[in-house]
Ligand binder design. Structure first.
Ligand code: ZN
Length: 443
């Protein structure tokens, strides 16, 4: 009796095992079928990302890459391919935001959030914000500071397909001086408040900090070269960090194959960072003539983050942003417009970036209109700033930033023509990342 029941148990277990093997086999085939899937996008119009356009064009996607792009009339649809018909849409490369804080909360109340929340909160906000960002058509982001490696974790889980989100390039924590923009100031010295970034002084300590950030997953290093808006007690036009400290960061990052991005509003701190060899200036609000020449000479980018300043002025109070931050934003607003327009018009390279934080996640594309108005840019220029220029800044132009055969299939579509109305980029109907469709609204 005992033996028989054991045999029946054994045969049952064996059957289950066979089922499991078959299921695994099926799952493997399914995954294979997914990744070798062929899709054809038939577009009314294509903005390639390099300044050119095509009418009635088709894009063939195999697996995670574009295999062919050309006139629809000349391309035969491969047998069994999924066809996405977008005759009234403009198809573009996935957009790229070069300055996000993807792990920030909806109402972060300026630099006071560190008193209430920590990395676990950031990780959860990040999952929500990453989805919003991808759904808005941003298939790549460069994160410019997060605490407790929440951005590193999010990047890795997106890469593993566990949560949806854009491709992420992350800084982990920003590096800033004692009493600077990455510190929390204005409180008693008896209270030990953690910074909004990593507070590090001195060339030697900075060298170690760069190594530490890289060890734990940073793709680039963010350094704070001047005062900021969302910090108390530091003036936006005062440099933070000495030339020696800036050089130490850039040299160490360079040795480890990482670019440095520098937060800078004031002209002196901006120039010091550019001289030290940073890849991009974040904000760049008060750039002067010498700074413009220096940036052109070095090929450094400005990531302008224009919309957020307007929003701090307009909605800061209701979002709980402290009054000193709102005052700083108001004081800088007029000067910034003049300085940045000059930089743009005189040929400094720009890459699109929003400083997405607070409730800006998913509204990133609203920055385009502000760029056109503030910088005197054309719609085509700002689209390039958010595609090929951004890819160039990241060092991935050979894989992204334009719609070309061999590049990643990161593709979006908007109804109508954004070259005639840039705000159409705020209503993205179709999102593909690495050949996988994440959004497809039928319009
Ligand atoms: Zn920022």
């Amino acid at each position: 009796m005992k033996t028989r029941s054991f045999i029946s148990y054994l045969s049952h277990a064996l059957k289950s095992l066979v089922c499991l093997v078959l299921l695994c086999q099926f799952a493997t085939n399914y995954v294979c079928a997914q990744s070798s899937q062929t899709t054809v996008i038939k577009a009314g119009k294509v903005i390639v990302g390099d300044g050119t356009t095509m009418n009635s064009a088709s894009i063939i996607i195999e697996g995670d890459k574009i295999s062919l792009i050309g006139a629809t009339a000349s391309i035969e649809t491969p047998l069994g391919a999924t066809v996405v018909d977008l005759p009234n849409h403009t198809v573009l490369p996935g957009l790229m935001d070069m300055h996000t804080h993807i792990n920030s909360s909806d109402h972060d109340g300026g630099d006071m959030s560190v008193l209430r929340e920590h990395g676990a909160h950031g990780a959860i906000y990040g999952v929500v914000n990453a989805d919003k960002t991808l759904q808005a058509g941003f298939t790549t982001i460069r994160n410019a500071g997060a605490l407790h490696y929440a951005d590193v974790a999010l990047r890795d889980l997106i890469d593993q397909g566990i949560v949806p989100g854009p491709r992420m390039y992350v800084a982990a924590a920003s590096l800033g001086i004692t009493g600077g923009h990455s510190d929390v100031n204005g409180w008693s010295h008896l209270i030990d408040i953690p910074g909004t970034g990593m507070v590090v002084d001195g060339a030697e300590n900075l060298q170690k900090a760069v190594r530490t950030l890289v060890k734990f997953g940073a793709d680039h290093i963010k350094i704070v070269a001047t005062g900021g808006i969302l910090s108390s007690g530091d003036a936006v036009d005062h440099p933070q960090y000495s030339d020696e400290e800036l050089r130490a960061v850039v040299e160490e990052a360079d040795r480890l194959g990482r670019k440095v991005i520098a937060h800078a509003h004031g002209a002196e701190g901006l120039k010091a960072a550019v001289r030290a060899g940073v890849a991009s200036i974040e904000h760049g609000s008060l750039i002067d003539a010498e700074g413009i020449e220096l940036m052109k000479e070095k090929g450094a980018f400005i990531v302008p983050t224009l919309l957020i300043l307007d929003e701090i002025i307009e909605f800061g109070e209701e979002q709980g942003i402290p009054d000193y931050s709102i005052q700083k934003a108001i004081e800088m607003s007029g000067l910034r417009k003049k300085a940045m327009r000059k930089a743009y018009q005189e040929g400094v390279r720009f890459a699109f970036g929003t400083d997405a934080s607070g409730n800006l996640h998913g509204r990133n594309a609203q920055e385009f209109k502000v760029m056109i108005e503030t910088l005197g840019a054309t719609p085509m220029q700002v689209i390039q700033n958010a595609t090929s220029d951004a890819a160039d800044l990241l060092g991935i132009l050979d894989q992204a930033g334009t719609l070309e055969a061999g590049k990643w299939a990161d593709i979006i579509a908007v109804p109508g023509n954004p070259l005639e109305n840039i705000t159409l980029l705020e209503t993205v109907d179709f999102v593909m990342k690495a050949g996988q469709i994440y959004k497809h609204l039928d319009n």
